[in-house]
Design a protein around this ligand. Sequence first.
Ligand code: UD1
Ligand code: CA
Length: 475
Amino acid sequence: MGDLAAIILAAGKGTRMKSELVKVMHPLAGVPMVAWPVEAARQAGASRMVLVVGHQADTIREHFAGTENMAFALQEEQLGTGHAVASAAAPLDGFRGRVLILCGDVPLIRAETLQGMIAAHGASGAALTVLTTRLENPFGYGRIIRGFDGRVIRIVEEKDATPEERGRNEVNAGIYCAEAAFLFDAVKRIGNDNAQGEYYLTDIVTMANERGLRCTAHPVADPMEVMGVNDRAQLAEAGRFARQRINGALMLDGVTIVDPAAAYIDRGVTVGRDTTIHPGVHLSGETRIGEGCVIESGAVIKGSTLGDGCVVEPGAMIRSCRLGSRVMVKAGTVMEDAVIHDHTAIGPMAHLRPGTELMAHVKIGNFVETKKITMGEGSKASHLTYLGDASIGSNVNVGCGTITCNYDGVRKHRTVIEDDVFVGSDVQFVAPVTIGRNSLIAAGTTVTRDVPPDSLAIARTPQVNKDGWKLKKRD
Ligand code: UD1
Ligand code: CA
C-alpha cells in the first residue's frame, strides 16, 4: 500500500465552545478530542503524523510531547483549511506516499473506515478521495457535487452554495486521502476568492479535475463517525456515542454493564471479564479492573489498578491506588495513593490517605483515617481511629478510638507497633514511641514511653467509687 502520513488539523479556536480551553483539547471520554483522530490515523497505518496547531499550540504540543513519529506545524493565522494543510508541507518535505487528512474536531472516525477509504483510494487510482456521508440536515457542511459518472467534481461550502446545491444532502466529512505530490502542489495554489475569504482545502477537488486527475468519494454509512463537534451540546452527544463504542466493546469482551448509557468508562480503561459495572460508575485515567469484580453505583475510580474479585460498594472514591485481589471497599470509602494487598476489607466510610500500605487480610473499619502507615498481615482497626506516620506489624488489634499523636506542633513523629500487640480502646500513642511485640496496652492509656515486648502498659487514674454519694447529694 506504500507509505502513509497523516495531517490532523487542530489550529482553530472553537469559538462556539465559549471556553478558555481550545476546542480540540476538551476531553471526550477522558482524553482530548484531538487524541481520537490521532489514534485512528495511527491504527489505520500512518507512520508519520503532522498536527497543525495554532490556538494554544503549547497546550496541545505539551499533551503530545514524546509521541512517536509526530511533528507539529504552527499555523500562526487561521486562514482556512487549505492554508492549514499547506502549513504542514514543511515537515513532510520529500514525502512521496499517501496523506490522510483529518480534523481535530471530528473525533469519532474509526480506523477501519480510514482503512476502507485508503483501500478504495488505491483501487480507483484517484489522486484524491473524499470521505462523505448523507445527512438529513446537511446545514453547515460542504456539499458534494458529483459528475455524471459519479466522480466528485466540486465541493461547495454552505455559504457559497446556490439554493439547488444546498438541497443536496451528500456532505464532505472533512476527511481525505490524497497523493502527496498532488496535494502539496495543489494547496500552494488555492485562492481565497469565496464568501468567507478563506483558503478552502475543498478547492483541491476542482484542481484535481482540471488536471485530469481522478477524485472519488468514499461514503460512510454511519454519520455519527463523521460528526463534527463545534459546541458543548455536540460534545455531550459525541460523548454519548463514544461511551456506546467503549461500553459496547467491553460487553463483547464479557463485561456486564447493567445500563450502558449510565456507565462512564474512559477511553483506555481496561475491565476484565465477568466484572459487573452498575449505573453511575466512573472509571477514568489509567485504570485497570480485574476479572469478576463488582463495581457498584456511584463508585469513582481514577488511575487505579484493581485485582480480580474486588467489590467496590456505592459511593467509594479510589484515586491512584493499587489493589490486590478480593479487596472489599465498602460504601463511602475514600482512598488515595494507597497500596492494598489481597483479601482486605476497608470501610464503610474509611479514609485512606497517601502512603497507606495494607498487607493481606487487614481489616479497616468505619471512620478510620490512615496516612503514611504500613499495616502487617491480619491486623485490624475496626472503628473510629486515626493512624498516621506509623509502622504496624502483623496480627495487631487496634481498639476503637485509638489515636497516633504524630504531630507536636512543629514536627511529625513515628509510632512503631510490633507484631501481635493488642491495643485496647481509647489509647493515645504520643510519638515517637515503640511498642514491643506481643504487648498489651490497656484501654484508656496514653502511651508516652516505649513499651518492652510481652508486657502490659497501663496509664490511667485509678477509679474511685464513693458509696451512696448520689443519695447524700440529694439530702
Ligand atoms: C470543513 C469543510 C467542509 C466540511 C466540514 C466537515 C472546508 C473549506 N470546509 O468546514 O466542507 O463539510 O469541514 O466538518 O474545508 N482549521 C485549521 N486552520 C484553519 C481552519 C481550520 O487548523 O485555518 C481546522 C479546525 O481547527 C478544524 C478543522 O480544521 O479542526 C475544520 O475547520 P472548520 O473551520 O471547522 O471547517 P468547517 O467550516 O467545519
Ligand atoms: Ca467544523
